[in-house]
Design a protein around this ligand. Structure first.
Ligand code: NI
Length: 172
């Protein structure tokens, strides 16, 4: 398994709309394995393929707590087929925005339809952190970032700080 470089905002490639996967084959499974290894190494709880510069509709996730066994999950071509009217606010972060967190309001529960690691169609209900995470990751597939849910003022401030950090690290 390989650890892949994660794109850091601001990066135009993070705004690309990802394309559906035709067949969940060994190549796709190898990509999912590498994405999972990359997410664990970061460490993070969710990663979309576009964050490793692969514009395919693939998400990996593991919401197990530190004291629990790993629970890797794989979502190919995920689609939200139902949103609750009830909303929840959660302080979100993103591996493409290291060290930034802010409150985002989203549906508190959703139903998601997807293909699993073996290409089998599945549908399940998501609540709590799972609901937050799947909505955040599916946004990535549309080129939408969590900062796009914030005010323009907050978004611009975060992007300016990231740009400054990049200039400093390139200059070092
Ligand atoms: Ni993210």
């Amino acid at each position: 398994m390989a650890i892949l470089p994660i794109l850091i905002a601001p990066d135009a490639r993070l705004k690309v709309i990802s394309r559906p996967v035709d067949t969940v084959d060994d190549g796709i499974r190898a990509l999912m394995d590498n994405m999972l290894a990359t997410m664990y190494a970061a460490p993070g709880v969710g990663l979309a393929a576009i964050q490793v510069n692969v514009p395919k509709r693939i998400i990996v996730m593991d919401l197990a707590r530190e004291d629990e066994k790993p629970q890797p999950r794989f979502f190919v071509n995920p689609e939200i087929v139902w949103y609750s009217e009830e909303q929840t606010v959660f302080s979100e972060g993103c591996l493409s925005f290291p060290e930034f967190f802010d409150d985002v309001e989203r549906a508190s529960s959703v139903r998601v339809r997807y293909l699993d690691y073996h290409g089998k169609p599945r549908e399940e209900a998501a609540e709590d952190l799972f609901a937050v995470c799947i909505q955040h990751e599916i946004d990535h597939l549309e080129g939408v970032l969590f900062v796009d849910h914030l005010s323009r003022l907050k978004r611009d401030a975060i992007l300016r700080k990231l740009q400054k950090a990049r200039r400093l690290s390139v200059g070092a």
